[in-house]
Design a protein around this ligand. Sequence first.
Ligand SMILES: [Fe+2]
Ligand SMILES: [Fe+2]
Length: 277
Amino acid sequence: MAIHDDPRQTDLRWHLEEIDFSCIDSGSVRARDDIFLLVCSASFVESGAETYTHNLVDYFRGDDEVGAWLDEQWKVEELQHGRALKTYIQQVWPEFDWDGAYADFFSEYGKLCNCDELEPTRGQELVARCIVEMGTTTYYQALNAVSDEPVLRDIAWRIRTDEVQHYKHFYHYFLKYKEQEHLHRPHVFATLWRRVAELRKSDADIALRHAAAWRFQGEDEAPAYAAIQKQVYDLMRAQYPTDLAVRMALKPLQLNARLQRWTERPIAALVQRVFLN
Ligand SMILES: [Fe+2]
Ligand SMILES: [Fe+2]
């Protein structure tokens, strides 16, 4: 089925069909294991959105505005991100068994996607979702910056634009629940700090591990996983937009200028430790 045959998807900012995968300059990127791992691990996490969305929709049952947006816009866009990245992998590295590797990834990742992982209140969960979207926005911005291949740069920027919009939606809904739940800064800060600290150890790391295992399986000279991790994060470090990450992480705290300045430094240190070490 063509994507635009589905009436729910008419509001998407872009469609997979608009990307001309035949224009990929495969020769410039095929030998880059680091780019492969960044794109492949992202494709796994994005493709797993379906499971997580069910949990979120259940959590917001009774709130038709949030539930409809999650189901009809957010999930559809996240899955399109997964399809775009998967298609890119299959074009440049056709020998890679994406479906096999994804099934392996999902057997571990799927177990994490249960309601135990959700925050204790809806307002706090919306803070957590803002942090996740901050993580994806900055990831794709860095991926765009470290890539030389024009089609990949285009895909990364399109996805980055969607992730910013996801952040804005979650933030808007957060403001509603903050009032309802009388959430104060210490609650928001606790959620924010914990979720920033957890960003890398959860889905991104599981995805990277499975992408690497399937990429190098059977190779006599397969690199150690620690070396792979270091190579990938070293690549991202030079282009990682730390200032943007800090601004997006702090926004739910609604700080005045003086408090904002006071808080930026510890959050920047945490972001750099989580993403870049
Ligand atoms: Fe996404
Ligand atoms: Fe997103």
